[in-house]
Design a protein around this ligand. Structure first.
Ligand code: SF4
Ligand code: FES
Length: 247
């Protein structure tokens, strides 16, 4: 495949940034999107130019480090992570636009790399439990109904990639936040801090500059882990209960 890439280049957080156009040849449809960018970077380095900075770690869809806006879609045209997106999803001769996540809570560090420390600070504000869960045999002694266990597990699959924020016109982090609230709130070990958790995490979310949810649903449509919108309903329920009991 031969592709034209319009890529956002930005030397640093204060730089204005802009698009640069590149051409890559001999791209196999079996390559991942990040391998295609690796090819471009080799080409740039051979020509004595600065490679494009982008984030990745596991490249297996499990760490949440990768994340690019590809032709206007978070993680590109498939429901998957950028590292698991393959070039067979594109046509020979296609022009592809590649941008970083766009949200004021995720400032650009360089090129396609953004700072997602805001998510870490939301977790620090309440995404934990303080009870002693004991050793492995103790886990079997605390029974959890299957429906709740499944819901907790499904919510725990959020990898913190930030696609939900990038896809949302309000740059809201509510799907990420709802997944954490639901994951811990469904388990007996998560009950001790349940009220404080939702209040503190929502306060941190708002303090970081994420927007509010207006039920558009782009977040769930872009989530590579298919976290459903109803985790946001759960978050709102928990917040209402917490607000009443704290009055
Ligand atoms: S909810 Fe989905 S899109 Fe949002 S951070 Fe978690 S895995 Fe990524
Ligand atoms: S690099 Fe780990 S999820 Fe993509």
């Amino acid at each position: 495949m031969r592709l034209t890439l319009k890529i956002w280049r930005q030397a640093g957080p204060q730089d204005k940034g802009g698009f640069e156009t590149y051409t890559v040849d001999e791209i196999s449809e079996d390559m991942s999107f990040l391998e295609m960018l690796d090819e471009l970077n080799e080409q740039l380095q051979d020509a004595g130019q600065e490679p494009v900075a982008f984030d990745s770690d596991c490249r297996e869809g499990i760490c949440g480090m990768c994340g690019l806006m590809i032709s206007g879609q978070a993680h590109g045209p498939e429901v998957t992570t950028t590292c698991q997106l393959h070039m067979r999803s594109f046509r020979d001769g296609e022009e592809i636009t590649v941008e970083p996540w766009r949200a004021s809570a995720f400032p650009v560090i360089r090129d396609l790399v953004v700072d997602r420390g805001a998510f870490d600070r939301i977790i620090q504000a309440g995404g934990f439990i303080s009870v002693d869960t004991g050793a492995a045999p103790d886990a079997a002694a605390t029974q959890v109904p299957k429906v709740q266990a499944d819901r907790a597990f499904d919510s725990a699959t959020c990898i913190g990639c930030g696609a939900c924020v990038a896809a949302c016109p309000n740059a809201s982090g509510m799907l990420f936040l709802g997944s954490k609230i639901t994951h811990l709130g469904e388990l007996p070990q998560g009950q001790a801090e349940r009220s404080a958790r939702v209040v503190d995490m929502v306060a941190q979310h708002d303090h970081e500059g994420f927007g509010g949810c207006t039920n558009i649903g782009e977040c769930a449509a872009s989530c590579p882990k298919e976290i459903p919108l109803d985790v946001i309903s759960q978050l709102n329920k928990d917040l209402r209960v917490a607000s009443r009991t704290r009055r």
